[in-house]
Design a protein around this ligand. Structure first.
Ligand SMILES: Nc1ncnc2c1ncn2[C@@H]1O[C@H](COP(=O)(O)OP(=O)(O)OP(=O)(O)O)[C@@H](O)[C@H]1O
Length: 548
């Protein structure tokens, strides 16, 4: 049972009596159930070999007794005891008679993981599972609904893609008969950029087989109007709005969807997306549908909604809930007022710095303006990305960042969720984030996949009342906080709602704005006087022609 406690450590409050069957899922209930429930957490426990998907992908069969799984994960669950499963699946038939439980089952035997998926893991250098993968994959493979909360950059994408593709077994085009017609899995993400990134991850697992994975867009939606084309699709990755548009036009049926994932679930369940997400869910009518939600943050309200959507779910929290990894060293910097931010940033750039870095502003015009200012001040390879740009501009900006051509990316909240640029060394919150969740996701663009990172947050006098909320996150994740910040009063609930919603100028350099406005006025005046002169010159002629 040690494993169950590992799953729930870090803030998960689990009603063990109420969810007794779930508790049993993570214990060798047949042997010593009660004792294991109360066993102390062993942080150093090795990953049970049967969960070590990655090790098996390398071809070696770890021996349980030898205890040398070589796993980097120190917090893995015990193997689920399939005898406690509610739904029997093909994937563990060897255990259903109770004889196969000798501890030596390879995951590919236990769950019938297709060989090509295992070898694709290795080809992509995924050697060891991260915490959320070790915990989450077996639950999904057992066909249970799942709510998984795990810090940013810890590999949540793979932890759902791998089991889903495993359960789908093979592309629909190569399966005969039982799989029905139409899309079999859907992944929803809040931004197009994130959907694209998930699509690329999915393609990495799809090589060697003819999986039909579709990144839903205007163009692909149009192709899929044809039912024959639709019937050949395995997995759709989309933003909610795009999908809902096709559903409402009657061009997309989702009654064959067996797996639905909400990535960045708390964002998808907030008021902006909720109705669309609910519409997608209600269109997925397959009785056996498995749903799962993933995020680094899941505030109480979103969690309640998520639990309402999931059926008999298992909830796992890896690490501390709503807390960034200690890999990210976080600081806050006082900058008095908005006008002082740009000089502070330019002073920072006057020192040697480690690109690439990511800077967050609160609005699109401010992102554009800051990128312009930095360029005008001689900072090399500055780029900008926000939702006001065209699709092509956004795609190009992401590509430049991925190729390492952008050293400084100025962006808005659109980049805060899920985007994985491995090398980002530092995040600067030029404008204060609008919530603790926004802070956690923004700074989570650095310190990914085990790398170190640095996060700096500028705060002005106007931001000071909200500083305590951020300071608490710093403290929880092991960064030091000056005493005076800790002594600040906690903002009230009402006050918290106003966090970061300060009205800021559209441009980050008021002086340049005046200059630009003057220039615009001057241009208008010159143009006006030119037009007048032309009119005066033409007037006699026009009068003549009119009189004709
Ligand atoms: N087992 C693994 N071994 C090595 N690298 C991994 C492993 N799993 C995932 N990664 C890498 O870790 C990085 C972060 O993964 P991913 O984007 O899935 O994180 P995430 O938890 O979804 O983050 P976020 O909360 O920001 O969305 C990616 O570059 C991915 O390739």
């Amino acid at each position: 049972m040690e494993a169950f406690q590992l799953l729930s450590r870090g803030g998960a409050r689990f009603h063990k009596q109420r969810f007794k069957s779930d508790v049993q899922l993570f214990t060798h209930a047949v042997t010593k159930p009660e004792k294991s429930v109360n066993a102390p957490v062993n942080q150093d426990s090795k990953l049970p070999p049967e969960l070590d998907f990655f090790k098996y992908a390398q071809g070696g069969r770890a021996k349980r007794k030898a205890g040398n799984t070589d796993s980097s994960s120190s917090s893995a669950p015990c193997r689920p005891d399939v005898r406690n499963k509610r739904r029997k699946t093909n994937h563990a038939t060897e255990d259903l008679d109770g004889n196969g439980d000798d501890g030596d089952d390879a995951p590919e035997d236990r769950y019938k993981i297709p060989h090509h998926l295992m070898s694709n893991l290795l080809d992509n250098h995924y050697k060891y599972p991260t915490g959320v993968q070790a915990h989450g994959m077996p639950i999904l493979l057992e066909r249970r609904d799942l709510a998984a909360i795990s810090p940013t950059g810890t590999g949540k994408t793979l932890s759902y893609l791998f089991p889903i593709m495993s359960l789908l077994e093979a592309p629909i085009s190569s399966l005969k008969g039982t799989e029905g017609n139409g899309v079999r899995a859907i992944v929803l993400a809040p931004t197009r950029e994130l959907a694209h990134q998930i699509y690329n991850e999915c393609l990495k697992l799809a090589v060697k087989r003819k999986w039909r994975v579709v990144l839903y867009s205007k163009a692909t939606a149009s192709t899929l109007r044809d039912k024959n084309a639709r019937d050949k699709v395995d997995i759709v990755i989309s933003t909610p709005l795009r999908l809902v548009a096709s559903i409402q036009e009657g061009n997309l049926d989702l009654n064959n969807v067996r797996h639905l994932v909400l990535d960045e679930a708390d964002r998808l369940l907030d008021s902006e997306f909720l109705a669309q997400v609910q519409e997608v869910i209600s269109t997925c009518t397959h009785p056996e549908i498995q749903k799962s939600v993933f995020s680094a943050t899941l505030p109480a309200g979103a969690e309640q909604l998520a639990m309402g959507i999931l059926r008999n779910p298992i909830r796992i929290v890896v690490g501390l809930k709503d807390t960034p990894l200690p890999l990210i060293s976080q600081t806050v910097t006082y900058v008095a007022d908005d006008a002082s931010k740009l000089p502070s940033l330019l002073t920072y750039f006057a020192q040697p710095y480690n690109p690439p870095l990511l800077i967050f502003t609160s609005t699109q015009p401010r992102a554009t303006s800051l990128a312009e200012e930095l360029t005008l001040n001689g900072i090399a390879n500055v780029d900008c990305l926000h939702a006001g740009m065209t699709k092509k501009e956004r795609d190009d900006a992401v590509s430049r960042m991925r190729r390492g051509e952008s050293w400084v990316m100025v962006s808005t909240e659109v980049m805060a969720r899920g985007m994985d640029f491995k090398g980002v060394r530092e995040v600067i919150n030029y404008d204060f984030p609008t919530s603790v969740q926004s802070y956690i996701h923004r700074i989570g663009r650095t310190g990914r996949a085990g790398r170190d990172g640095k996060a700096v947050t500028y705060f002005t006098d106007e931001d000071a009342p909200y500083l305590k909320s951020i300071a608490n996150v710093l403290l929880q994740s092991g960064s030091s906080v000056p005493d005076w910040i800790l002594k600040l009063p906690k903002p009230s609930k009402l006050k918290k709602k106003q966090m970061g919603k300060i009205k800021r100028a559209e441009t980050v350099n008021a002086a340049r704005k005046i200059g630009r406005n003057d220039a615009i006025k001057k241009r208008a005046m010159i143009a006006g006087s030119k037009r007048r002169k032309v009119k005066e010159l033409r007037a006699p002629e026009e009068l003549v022609s009119q009189s004709r």
